[in-house]
Design a protein around this ligand. Structure first.
Ligand code: AHG
Ligand code: MN
Ligand code: MN
Ligand code: MN
Length: 324
């Protein structure tokens, strides 16, 4: 018997969390509609502005960001928000006592917006530490503190993938009915895989452990790994991680020699942490090279980290190459 998101939330979360996740699901439907209009909706192309990451913002980065800020402030259960597209956090005025803090990447995979390739929204839900007014420091909690995490991938289907710390569930948007219907009760990542995801154009910049790990994969049946591997790189983390959650694999964005002071490209608080909670809840592992990403104690809202996540035995192997 299929159930919809509202029924799932009623039986698996408390009332406040159900209000929040319902609001995220609802605004994701509006973002999905804008994404699917594309050029017809005037949402493609650059906004001509730069964000705190030093990236040129796409129109849809800003459209999605503003829609989520408005929708979550109106829930009555969010004390403050932080976004890839905002320099600092956005407290909900006069409501610093509300139960949740939400961090999000409103539009992940922006470089794919104009070429009609899957993109998404990633979110992370933290408890309000209840120490008075909401500041950037209120959000600097390790990933293990997350109450929930998830993403929406805007692809051939619009899918919502969620965890509350009791496994990973997935929903598919039924556009005609205007609601998400549960389509997976438990997404699970196999311990082994023959599929890897990394941006190979950075190969000359990798440190030795990643060089060694990838070159062994590329030797095929005759080489160290004794089997042929396949490669995928969509350049939307949300789509690459969705594939890993669906059929296994290892996804990597390592730190590299281009900037020894930059631990990696991906952002800890609203990309690596939510995806790491999902991957671990599905039986996979997620390391920054040598340590569990969820254990990292954040020091900055927009700090970056290296990411190696997916099938447990592969993540363990490449992490071992960093510590041997
Ligand atoms: P965002 O579009 O939110 O800035 O994130 C893009 C990230 C991530 O989605 C993806 O895995 C990675 O950038 C791709 O990086 P490259 O373009 O360097 O491959
Ligand atoms: Mn970006
Ligand atoms: Mn992103
Ligand atoms: Mn983004």
């Amino acid at each position: 018997m299929t159930i919809n998101l509202a029924q799932y939330l009623e039986h698996n979360t408390d009332a406040h969390m159900a209000v929040l996740v319902s609001a995220i699901a609802e605004v994701s439907q509006a973002i999905s509609a804008a994404v699917h209009k594309g050029a017809l909706g005037g949402v493609l192309g650059s906004a001509g502005s730069e964000n705190v990451q030093g990236e040129t913002q796409k129109k849809l980065d800003i459209i999605a960001n503003d829609m989520i800020l408005e929708a979550l402030a109106a829930t009555g259960v969010v004390a403050g928000m932080a976004s890839e597209e905002l320099d600092d956090c956005s407290p909900v005025p006069g409501h610093s006592d509300r139960p949740f803090l939400v961090l999000f990447d409103p539009l992940d995979g922006s470089s794919n917006i104009d070429v009609n390739v899957s993109i998404g929204t990633i979110f992370s839900i933290l408890p309000n530490p209840d120490v008075g007014e909401i500041t950037n420091e209120s959000f600097l909690q390790p990933g293990t503190e997350q109450l929930a995490a998830g993403y929406v991938v805007y692809g051939p289907q619009t899918s919502l993938v969620l965890t509350f710390g009791k496994g990973v569930v997935a929903f598919t948007l039924d556009r005609e009915a205007g609601e998400y219907i549960q389509t997976s009760e438990s997404m699970e990542i196999p311990d082994d895989t023959k599929e890897f995801a990394i941006n190979m154009s950075n190969q000359r910049h990798w440190y030795e452990p990643v060089q060694r790990y990838i070159s062994e994969l590329l030797e095929g049946k005759t080489g160290a790994r004794g089997k042929d591997f396949n490669m995928r790189w969509i350049a939307s983390m949300v789509a690459d991680v969705h594939r890993v959650l669906t059929r296994g694999g290892i996804f990597m964005y390592p730190k590299d020699l281009r900037d020894p002071n930059k631990p990696g490209k991906l952002r800890l608080m609203y990309e690596a942490n939510p995806m790491s909670m999902l991957v671990e809840q599905a039986g996979g592992k997620s390391f920054d090279a040598t340590q569990r990403i969820l254990d990292i104690q954040p020091t900055d809202l927009h700090q970056r980290c290296a990411v190696m996540l997916g099938s447990a035995n592969e993540v363990q192997r490449v992490s071992g190459y960093h510590t041997s």
